[in-house]
Design a protein around this ligand. Structure first.
Ligand code: PLP
Length: 445
């Protein structure tokens, strides 16, 4: 007798889920175990974890080393305040470690329980920085359409995917969106012009709003939730120039891209650009503990240190010793197993496999990626790049077929996104491509 229906009925009686949708959840899974890149449900069925949990389980499931790190810390000191006047050795070690890994000017860290809190902390850091520097009017945040920055009120207001807003509006004022660089959809003729033009949207917005009202620009180096959108090479260098020219802080949301996902420790390194702030979460603990943070440049840290009185921002779980211990162990394993290089190699391998299996399909518009983050965009007409109608539910139907064949990931509209654990064996990457190809065939012929 399958166990899932009964578990789902009990689930429905008492749980409210993130992105709650009671009808959709009726065909949900109840996961009971994981092993490497494999998830096992309550009825013993195995699925490839195509998104490493939610882009975060970089080391794969059932890593005993992380459990040992948690147990050691919990049996020594399970919790202590990280508030001013109180610290712990794991937090100190982790901040030291991150200073060695992050962009050279970023050497000071504030820890949170996840990505949205990291972004909230960035907004508050930017506003306080300008206030402490005598420019209190610099308060606005510019981000991009299609971006995802989390769903607390301010992070939701920065998020540029409009579907997250309607039930919860009004949004926090002072959050502005510019178009994102989307080479596949936006580029009319390939070349340098598109990336520069896309970056210049930031300059236009700063001039429109007034540079003396803009605190910061926020961007994911590679957009994840929005559909794995990789910017043109010239985009971020031009963004950096614009931020410098108008005294706007540049915050890099590395919640997905951080800790190796794109084949670099941090993703702006692909373009030799450094931000003023970086937000991280997810991969830092391989998802085994809710943890994140904000790194700031020396320039920002100096202003903060010189502030008169306290910086009135805090979370109970900031610098949680268990989170810090798991983060330290995660980083150690990423280094010992050369997983940043592996993410780069496996990403190229997966992209090749996807192209081999799906590249010639008439409804596959683009197969793209950066490191071990890939997206397959389905379109109605490949020549004109015309999208399917939403009511055709093409992405959702391919997603359902993929699950029936043992691949579990997520879709954004008609983009199937993939970001498996860094330890996924090559044959499983081939299997992902085969499953996606046969699922596509089942839906689109
Ligand atoms: C780029 C980015 N920023 C922020 C977040 C929010 O993180 P959390 O869900 O931990 O609040 C996410 C989550 O997917 C993300 O992808």
């Amino acid at each position: 007798m399958p166990l899932t229906p009964d578990l789902l009925a009990r689930d429905h009686a008492h749980l409210i889920h993130p992105l709650h949708d009671a009808a959709a959840h009726q065909s949900g899974h109840v996961w009971v175990r994981g092993e490497g890149a494999i998830l096992i449900d309550a009825d013993g069925r195995e699925f490839i974890d195509g998104l490493a949990g939610l882009w975060n389980v970089v080391l794969g499931h059932r890593r005993r080393e992380l459990a040992d790190a948690a147990r050691d810390q919990m049996t020594t000191l399970g919790f202590v305040s990280g508030y001013c006047g109180s610290s712990n050795p794991r937090a100190i070690e982790l901040a030291e470690r991150l200073a060695g890994l992050a962009y050279p000017a970023i050497n000071r860290f504030f820890f949170t329980s996840g990505g949205a809190e990291a972004n909230e902390s960035a907004f508050k850091m930017a506003r306080s920085y300008w206030k402490l520097r005598g420019q209190p009017g610099k308060a606005k945040v510019i981000s991009r359409q299609l971006s995802y920055h989390g769903l607390t009120m301010a992070a939701m207001s920065a998020t540029g995917i409009g579907g997250y807003w309607p039930l919860f509006e009004p949004r926090v004022p002072g959050f502005i969106h510019i178009p994102a660089p989307y080479p596949y959809q936006g580029e009319t003729s390939p070349g340098t012009a598109y990336g520069i033009a896309a970056a210049n949207e930031l300059e236009k917005a700063i001039l429109r709003e007034g540079a003396d009202t803009v605190a910061m620009f926020l961007a994911e180096p590679v957009m994840g939730v929005g559909g794995v959108i990789v910017p043109p090479d010239e985009y971020f260098p031009r963004i950096r120039e614009i931020c410098d020219a108008y005294d706007v802080l540049f915050a890099s949301d590395e919640v997905i891209t951080g800790f190796g996902r794109t084949g670099k420790w941090f993703a702006l390194d692909h373009w030799a650009v450094a931000p003023d702030m970086m937000q991280f979460a997810k991969g830092i603990t391989s998802g085994y503990f809710p943890f994140g943070g904000l790194g700031v440049s020396d320039r920002i840290a100096e202003v903060l240190d010189q502030g008169d009185g306290a910086w009135m921002h805090a979370y109970t779980y900031s610098a949680h010793p268990v989170g810090c211990a798991i983060a330290l162990r995660t980083i150690q394993i990423i280094e010992e197993e050369s997983l940043v290089v592996e993410a780069s190699r496996k990403g190229a391998y997966l992209l090749d496999a996807l192209r081999a299996h799906l590249g010639s399909h008439p409804h596959v518009g683009e197969i793209r990626g950066c490191g071990l983050m890939c997206g397959v965009e389905f379109v109605k007409d490949r020549a004109t790049k015309t999208a399917f109608l939403p009511e055709e539910r093409v992405g959702a139907r391919i997603h359902a077929e993929a699950q029936a064949r043992g691949l579990f990931s997520r879709i954004r509209g008609d983009v199937f996104v993939l970001a498996p654990p860094f330890v996924t064996p090559d044959p499983l990457l081939d299997r992902i491509s085969e499953i996606l190809a046969s699922s596509t065939k089942a839906v689109l012929g």
